[in-house]
Write a protein of this length. Structure first.
Length: 364
């Protein structure tokens, strides 16, 4: 059976080489060729014996998912559409900034969590991505950005904030994370790799044990009644349980804070009262608040909070000593902004229309 080596982290690749009768250092050599140099052709791995290269050609491949399209925004953001087969394509976004380059990676074809304000959730859900499909987005982005064969690193930060809930694809996401951190692969710092979750409490604990990286929690509401409506997973893991999981995670995390993401929805969750309620909620969690302007998509009932409302909300938080930032909207001219990723999903949930919350209902 042919193995796609992109599916294997360092430990798994070492075990696979042992099965082939090869020494452990061969795994490190091949890992560096595949991920550091972006090489998929075994014949190009010139410091490996020809006999081993022939064995690899017979038993393995390096097969990243194909890039279907590559769109460039006016602000420099690039959105890649990645073919993951059977009518499914996911989106990957590169965001260049003066001091870093961030790649936003997808972990599922669609998303089953159906958050009310997110375009991805309205597409339904097909399946989890494989390790090769997750890490392959980084592999392909490095090629597109010219960051292979020992050239200067362009991608300094990776966030698992694209399509899907990373912690619902736990094993494959963690294996991909280990490759991102491996010095023989991408060598990223744990502080520069972030997993975003809507709040799968048991798997927050598992992540802390298996591969602690920076954690961002999609909070978006300061109380259970409102969050039940706009982030439905809250009905299973309410805020009290989520805050406790965040406190536990801080004991193992590479950063001394959790980032709480909070999308600003006009008239829904953006009042001064909501800000004060939010302060009460997070008072026992060392955190940073990231306010996100809502990015509209067809069929959404929501509107973006006015700029002065966002400023007032932020001032209340900062006045209480909570570090608060407002995310700059990037790539919205190519639908690459937060909440806009849709891709192409062969929906297994048979969801013909997204779950739309009437605005009056969501305000209650």
């Amino acid at each position: 059976m042919t193995v796609n080596l992109l599916d294997l982290d360092g430990e798994s690749l070492t075990a696979w080489f042992a099965e082939q009768g090869e020494k452990p250092f061969r795994a490190k050599q091949v890992l560096r060729w595949i991920h550091r140099s972006g090489v998929a052709d075994f014949d190009a791995m010139t410091d490996i014996a020809k006999s081993l290269r022939e064995k690899l050609k017979a038993r393995a491949v390096v097969a990243p998912p194909a890039v279907v399209s590559d769109k460039l925004s006016g602000d420099g953001t690039r959105k890649f559409l990645i073919d993951v087969g059977n009518g499914n394509a996911v989106e990957t976004v590169f965001i260049p900034e003066d001091d870093r380059g961030t790649l936003c990676i997808s972990t599922q074809a669609g998303c089953a969590l159906d958050c009310a304000f997110c375009s991805t959730g309205k597409q339904g859900f097909n399946r989890n991505l494989t390790v090769a499909e997750i890490i392959g987005q980084l592999w392909q982005a490095n090629h597109a950005l010219g960051a292979v064969h020992g050239s200067e690193r362009v991608i300094s930060n990776v966030v698992l904030m694209g399509m899907g809930e990373p912690l619902a694809n736990f094993d494959n996401a963690v294996t991909a994370l280990k490759l991102m951190l491996d010095d023989n692969a991408y060598g990223l710092s744990r502080r520069r790799v972030t997993v975003s979750t809507s709040g799968l409490v048991p798997n927050i604990d598992r992540l802390g044990d298996a591969c602690p990286v920076a954690l961002a929690v999609s909070l978006h509401a300061p109380n259970d009644k409102l969050r039940d409506q706009i982030v439905p997973i809250n009905q299973k893991y309410p805020l009290k349980e989520l805050m406790a999981a965040c406190r536990r995670y801080l004991d193992k995390a590479p950063r001394d804070f959790i980032t709480f993401e909070y999308i600003m929805l006009d008239g829904i969750n953006d009042s001064d009262a909501h800000a004060r309620e939010l302060l009460t909620l997070v008072k026992n969690v060392h955190c940073k608040l990231n306010l996100i302007p809502f990015n509209p998509f067809p069929g959404s009932p929501f509107r973006r909070s006015p700029a002065d409302r966002v400023r007032s909300f932020a001032e209340i938080l900062m006045g209480a000593g909570v570090v608060t930032t407002t995310r700059k909207t990037r790539g919205d001219d190519i639908d690459a902004a937060c909440g806009q990723l849709a891709g192409q999903i062969a929906d297994k949930t048979k969801r013909t229309v997204g779950r739309v919350i009437p605005l009056m209902e969501a305000r209650s």
